[in-house]
Design a protein around this ligand. Structure first.
Ligand code: ZN
Ligand code: ZN
Length: 338
């Protein structure tokens, strides 16, 4: 593949270097766009993700009309096993449970953690388990998961570990992401919308906005993530709130961190740390920087932060939840809470 990129890159460069007539200019734009489309196709190859082999019209988050790459995903596909999330008994170890993110740290959401919640949160109302048997209260149906995961948690599910299973998700429900083929930089960065997303892993799993931890804890519930930083929402499918090293990695240059996906604004997402286990020291407020031939890109945040990225430096594309939606300013329905 490297040779193909090299050929495409040199074609693009050669065209760009020519003093442009109108025709040459549009040819060069077309070649750059074809390069990016071919690159996206290669990056998602081997997954169930479908990259449309022609660009589509889209209107970005600040109103710019441009061309986007259309990427269609399935809701519960990943390159790793999904789960486990909630332990069943306070004697269950980390192998039978996922993780919880709090105070900038990743905690094992194991039986001991569940048993210790009242102390951990300094609130005696926490009682997620039966003191006699040690059995953990876990949501055990789609209805329970929906009622416990909604923003105003059904009081019946207070003091439950919330777990939604892949089987609760309609497997036909695909999401189509329209990612600008060329990022359109903003003068002022845009904050990540609580109901929007961050981007897309090369397996098609969504990198999501921060999990609403305060609302979850306020209802005396815990909605753990699996060890890969993901959990399931019956509407939106499996999605990540943290990057813990499970996402498919594409090797990068020199000491640089590997590439792990696309941000919604068209810039690429890279792992947090370079190969020397250090974070780049020149990241801006949106966790982006320019580096060598990679151009501008982001490095995801520490998993304990529950915030993969906080803002975008370019206009965002769209995540279309059904085929009736288009990527227009007037058709930006908020997706269901995740
Ligand atoms: Zn970098
Ligand atoms: Zn979530």
């Amino acid at each position: 593949m490297k040779n193909r990129y090299a050929l495409l890159t040199s074609t693009v460069l050669a065209l760009a270097l020519l003093s442009c007539t109108e025709t040459q200019h549009s040819e060069s734009v077309e070649n750059t766009q074809n390069f990016h489309l071919a690159q996206a196709t290669d990056l998602f190859a081997g997954s169930s993700v479908k990259v449309k082999q022609s660009l589509v019209d889209c209107t970005l988050s600040n109103g710019t009309k441009t061309s986007c790459i259309s990427i269609t995903t399935t809701p519960t596909e990943a390159t790793h096993e999904l789960g486990p999330w909630c332990p069943r008994n306070i004697s269950d170890g980390a192998d039978k449970s996922g993780i919880w993110l709090d105070g900038g740290k990743v905690h094992n959401a194991d039986g001991q953690f569940i048993a210790n919640l009242a102390k951990f949160y300094k609130d005696s109302k926490w009682q997620l388990f039966n003191p006699e048997t040690g059995a953990v209260n876990v949501t055990n149906s789609k209805e329970a998961c929906l009622a416990a995961a909604r923003p105003d948690v059904d009081p019946k599910y207070q003091n439950h570990c919330v777990e939604c299973l892949p089987s609760y998700v309609d497997s036909r429900k695909a999401v189509t992401y329209l990612i600008p083929v060329n990022p359109v930089p903003l003068t002022n960065s845009q904050r990540v919308h609580p109901h929007g997303g961050i981007g897309l892993a090369f397996s098609g799993v969504k990198f999501d906005a921060p999990a609403p931890v305060d609302a979850i804890l306020g209802a005396y519930t815990l909605a753990p993530f699996d060890d890969c930083g993901g959990h399931i929402n019956p509407h939106a499918g499996y999605h990540y709130h943290a990057v813990t090293g499970c996402a498919t990695e594409k090797d990068s240059i020199e000491n640089h961190a590997p590439m792990i996906g696309y941000a919604l604004d068209g810039y690429k997402l890279y792992s947090q740390l370079n190969k020397d286990s250090k974070e780049p020291d020149d990241l801006d407020a949106c966790r982006g920087h320019e580096f060598s031939s990679l151009g501008y890109h982001y490095h995801v945040n520490d998993p304990g932060k529950n915030q993969i990225l906080g803002c975008f430096r370019a206009e965002q594309g769209c995540a279309l939840e059904d085929s009736s939606q288009t990527c227009e300013v007037t058709d930006r329905r908020p997706p269901p809470p995740a």
